[in-house]
Design a protein around this ligand. Structure first.
Ligand SMILES: *[C@@H]1O[C@H](CO)[C@@H](O)[C@H](O)[C@H]1NC(C)=O
Ligand SMILES: *[C@@H]1O[C@H](CO)[C@@H](O)[C@H](O)[C@H]1NC(C)=O
Ligand SMILES: *[C@@H]1O[C@H](CO)[C@@H](O)[C@H](O)[C@H]1NC(C)=O
Ligand SMILES: *[C@@H]1O[C@H](CO)[C@@H](O)[C@H](O)[C@H]1NC(C)=O
Ligand SMILES: *[C@@H]1O[C@H](CO)[C@@H](O)[C@H](O)[C@H]1NC(C)=O
Length: 330
């Protein structure tokens, strides 16, 4: 397990940067507006748990499909678009109609490649993690011995790609760069279908290199095909490439275990804390008000103020309870 130290180092960096910068790689995927069903996608998550079904609220395009439950061990696909589905790959010829094992949608390449048009830019507004983006990955500080022109790109939803950048910059000395909109149908798109070196997470994330041209990619009609142009030696043995692949496999955000049923201990503790925490806050508030009153010497009607504080407190309590409901999704 040569990658184990790297895992520990990146995890450590993650923990430190989490505390210092509060940059937790976590986002919600809301799938229904009738019951606010939501699941959390998180970097480093182990995934797993039960599958969920998207509730039919008559407006969500993928109502009735299953999602979630896949774990990190099955994250790696092949060089073939549509690969890497731990479940849902019953029809090898298309990705249309498939579930979302990691909670995220597959990439979209245009021309209805492998049936991907249903995940096209028309639905960018509700794509989990945000619209598809690409980020160039260069390293320039001399840590890695890079061969001439060796360079990569990641492609994926905006939030996953941005979170990955934090790990890749810290762990693989990647030169910082911001995402740009991924538009595969534009003739001057920097990454093409045949450049993909590796798909991850049920083909919802990819590592590509302009120096790689997989001649099997364009004409392929089988998501389980293992035919591909061999990766050149300089990429195959590149420590930089290995680092990128390892960090993506370890850190790429995937869907968490489902939330515990409500009224569990954690739930109750949350509400108890919410209730007990408020009097303390109100107490501090009152002390502040008293001091302010003494200093400024204002004489205001204390009855009015009491009434205002009580109303304020009631409103805060109600809002707190309401927000806890949403926050308790794991
Ligand atoms: C969702 O519900 C609507 C009516 O409420 C129905 O017409 C539609 O077929 C349902 N879709 C699915 C996928 O069950
Ligand atoms: C999918 O492809 C594999 C390998 O090419 C093949 O063995 C399998 O039968 C195919 N499954 C279906 C459902 O077409
Ligand atoms: C970098 O790689 C080249 C080609 O493989 C090799 O000749 C050179 O010695 C390497 N440099 C270092 C510092 O490892
Ligand atoms: C990219 O393509 C568009 C047309 O699709 C063109 O207008 C634009 O100038 C091109 N940009 C570059 C940098 O070549
Ligand atoms: C890959 O090779 C094919 C055929 O040689 C060519 O048409 C295509 O433009 C190449 N793609 C890239 C990204 O270089």
């Amino acid at each position: 397990m040569a990658s184990l130290p790297l895992v520990l180092i990146t995890l450590l960096i993650h923990l430190i940067s989490h505390q210092v910068r509060a940059n937790d790689p976590l986002f919600f995927v809301t799938t229904a507006l009738v019951n606010f069903d939501a699941r959390v996608v998180q970097g480093w998550s182990g995934g797993g748990g039960e599958r969920w079904t998207i509730t039919n609220d008559s407006n969500y395009p993928f109502a009735g499909r299953e999602f979630g439950a896949a774990d990190r061990w099955t994250l790696k696909g092949t060089q073939t678009f549509g690969s890497g589905y731990p479940y849902g790959n019953v029809d090898n010829s298309t990705i249309a109609g498939r579930p979302f094992p990691y909670g995220l949608w597959p990439l979209y390449w245009g021309n209805n490649m492998m049936g991907s048009d249903e995940y096209g830019p028309a639905l960018d507004g509700i794509r989990p993690g945000g619209q598809l983006v690409t980020i160039p990955l260069k390293t320039e500080d001399g840590t890695f011995n890079i061969t001439e022109g060796e360079m990569y790109h990641i492609i994926g939803d905006r939030d996953s790609a941005t979170f990955m950048m934090i790990s890749l910059v810290t762990s693989c000395h990647v030169t910082p760069a911001w995402p740009s909109k991924f538009d595969p149908t534009s003739p001057n798109s920097t990454v093409k279908l045949e450049n993909v070196v590796q798909y991850y997470r049920a083909s919802s994330f990819a590592l590509a290199s302009p120096g790689y041209n997989n001649t099997f990619a364009q004409g392929n009609t089988n998501t389980e095909s293992t035919e591909s142009t061999p990766i050149t030696d300089n990429m195959l043995y590149s420590e930089f490439h290995k680092c990128l692949d390892d960090v993506i496999l370890n850190a790429l955000p995937i869907m968490n275990w489902p939330p515990a049923p409500s009224n569990t201990l954690g739930d109750t503790m949350g509400i108890v804390f919410g209730i007990l925490g408020l009097p303390i806050l109100v107490g501090i508030g009152w002390v502040t008000i008293v001091i302010c009153t003494l200093i400024s010497g204002y004489r205001q009607n204390s009855r009015n103020r009491k009434m205002y504080a009580r109303k304020n407190r009631e409103a805060q309590l109600a809002a707190r309870k309401e927000s806890l409901k949403y926050e308790q999704f794991p």
